[in-house]
Every structure is written in C-alpha cells, then in structure tokens.
Design a protein around this ligand. Structure first.
Ligand SMILES: [Fe+2]
Length: 196
C-alpha cells in the first residue's frame, strides 16, 4: 500500500498558526503515515485543526477583547464549515464508510458508531453556535461556551478519526480501493480559502 506524508497547505502562504508551537502538537496527527487515498480527508483535518486552535485561542484571549475575538473566530469557523467542513463530514459518511461497509458490518463496529455520534453532536453544536450568533449578538456567554465546546469536540473527533478510524479502514480496504476512494474525495487548496 502507498503510504506517504500528507501534504499540508502551501508553505508559501503566511499562516500565523504555523508559527505557534501549539500548532505543532495539533498538526502531529497529520504527520503520521497515511495511505495516499486518505490524504484528502487528513488534509481536511489539518484545516479543521487550525480552526479549532483559533477558536481555543479566542476563548483564552484577555477579557478586554475576548468577546470580539470569540465572535470573529466563530464567524470564521462557520464560513469554513459551509465551504468545506460540512462537505468533509458528508464525504466520510457517503464515501469512506460505504467503502468500509463492503468489508465490515458497520452495525457491529463501535468505532464507527462513535464517529457517527460525534458527527451528529458536532453538527448540533454548530447549529447552536450559529443560532447564538444570529439571535443574541450582545450575549457573549453562549458564544464563548459554544466556541470552547466546539473547539474541543473538533480536536477530539479528528484525533479519534486519525488514530482509530482511519487505521482500521486502511487495514481492510485494498490498495486499489483506497486509491479509487482518494480520487473521489475533495482536495482542498487555496481557492477554497481554507487557509487562514
Ligand atoms: Fe473527519
């Protein structure tokens, strides 16, 4: 099977998060060997981790500018979600898992059950955050709680998928199936404006 390092965003783009040492910890998940067919999904994870880190940093901003930082991070994340995040969830559910289902009865797989449950939970958290932004522009607490909760949930989900779900699927899908899957997945690049 072809395994190689996952290409991240273009090094030519200036990314303030990359200069932060915390980013190195987050990005270590995507530095692991991964079959080339799953690179697009891991690359999506890279961008989502950057969003999670930005939201966490906003939640930790000094009190004097926290509300503005949280709102900006939340709006940025929602933009990312609409452009790419939502599609990533669908590609995992509509392409990745059906390929895995041809080899494994998913109803007996607790790892898949947890992944799908996390997807549903995060979709709910995103809807709540969007509602908080739209309906209570002056109420900082729901936004602060929503941003912090979502940042943690995204980080945990990506860690779980990279460490548990993807290796499990790589073990049962053949090289040709993984390659074919990779050709159907969306590759993100600068035109998607996912780099920040
Ligand atoms: Fe994912």
């Amino acid at each position: 099977m072809r395994h190689a390092r996952i290409p991240g965003p273009s090094p030519r783009r200036r990314n303030p998060v990359r200069r932060n040492p915390v980013a190195g910890i987050l990005l270590s998940f995507t530095a692991m060997k991964r079959h080339a067919g799953l690179h697009p999904l891991s690359q999506h994870h890279h961008f989502a981790l950057t969003q999670a880190l930005l939201m966490r940093r906003a939640a930790e901003a000094p009190a004097s500018r926290r509300a503005a930082a949280l709102r900006q991070a939340a709006e940025k994340f929602l933009s990312f979600w609409k452009k790419a995040g939502e599609q990533h969830f669908r590609e995992e559910e509509e392409l990745l898992l059906p390929a895995y289902a041809r080899h494994t009865p998913l109803e007996q797989d607790p790892v898949v059950a947890r992944m799908l449950a996390e997807h549903a939970k995060i979709r709910g958290q995103i809807q709540q955050l969007q509602t908080a932004l739209e309906t209570s522009p002056e109420a900082g607490l729901p936004i602060e709680e929503g941003v912090a909760t979502l940042a943690r949930a995204l980080y945990d989900l990506i860690r779980y998928e990279e460490n548990e779900v993807f290796p499990r699927i790589e073990r049962v899908l053949g090289d040709a199936e993984l390659q074919a899957l990779g050709q159907r997945l969306t590759r993100l690049h600068s035109k998607y404006s996912c780099e920040i």
